[in-house]
Design a protein around this ligand. Sequence first.
Ligand code: TA6
Length: 296
Amino acid sequence: MLETLNRDFGVDPAICFVNGNGNQIKMVLAHRSGASAELYLQGAHVSSWKTAQQEELLFMSSKSAFAPGKAIRGGIPLIFPQFGGGDLPAHGFARNEMWSVKKAAVASNGDVTTILGLAANDATKKVWPHHFELELTVCLNDKLTLTLSCRNLDQHEFDFQTAFHTYFQLGNITQARVTGLNGLTFIDKVKGGVKETEKRSEVGIDQETDRVYLNAPNELTLTDNSSRRAITLTKKEMRDAVVWNPWAERCKNMSDLAPGDYEHFICVESGAIGEKIKLAAGKTYLCTQVLTCTKA
Ligand code: TA6
C-alpha cells in the first residue's frame, strides 16, 4: 500500500507516505521553507504542523491510540456529521474512517497540497443513512489551510454539524490567551449547557473549560507567552468557535492523556455547531480554517 501511494502520489522530497504510529499510514508534507505537516489517512487527521524552524505547533498525546476506528488524541480531528448531543459516536464518524488520497501536488509557488476523500459506506450508512462525499484539502505554505467540502448525493436535504477540533501545543496553559470572544454568547458545557456572555477581551484558562461560542468572529488569536508564539485562526462558513481544556481532574481520568497534559494544550476550534448546516440534494458545502503562526 505504501509503495503504491508513494508511486501514485509521492512528490520527492515534498510529499511521501510512511508507516506512522501504530503502523497507520501517515502522509508527510514538506514545504521548501522548512515548514512541514503530517496527516494520517485515518480520519484525514492532521497530526503535526511545524514552523520553518521545525517548532511543533500542534499537541499530540503520547498516549494517543493509533488504531483502526479509534480517535487520535491531538492534532486536528475532523468532526462530522455530529459535534455533540446526538445518536452518533462522539464527534461523529469521519475521524474514525479511512480516507482515500485523491490528489497530491506541489504548485509552482511552492504550495504543498493534498486532497483526501471519504464517501458514504455501509458503516456510515448504518449510523447516518445519507449519501455524501467529503473532501479535505490540506494546503501547506507559510500557513496551514484546511478546506472541507461536503456534497449531498441524496435525493433529499440532510443536515449536519462539523468542526476542526484543533489541539494547539502550549508551553504552559496559564500563559495562554484567546482574543476575539468578548461579548459573545457561549454554551458552558461544564455548567450543564447554560448560556452566558463572555466578558473578557482576553480569555485565559484556570479551570476545566468547555465552551461553544456562538456566532464568533472569523478571526481569533491564540497567544502563548510561555512559548512566545501567536497563532491566528481564520474561519469561513463556520459560525461558531469552541474553547476546551479538561484541566487536571478530567485530564487524569482520560486514558489517552497523561495526567499533566492539560498544561500543554488548548483546543480552539472552528465549527458549525449551534445551528446545523442544511444541505439540499446535489449541493456542496465548503468551510475553511487558515492557521498562521507569528512570534508573540
Ligand atoms: O470540543 C470540546 C469537546 O466536545 C469536549 O466536550 C471534550 O469531549 C472534547 O471535545 C474531547 O472530545 P473527544 O471526542 O476528542 O474525546
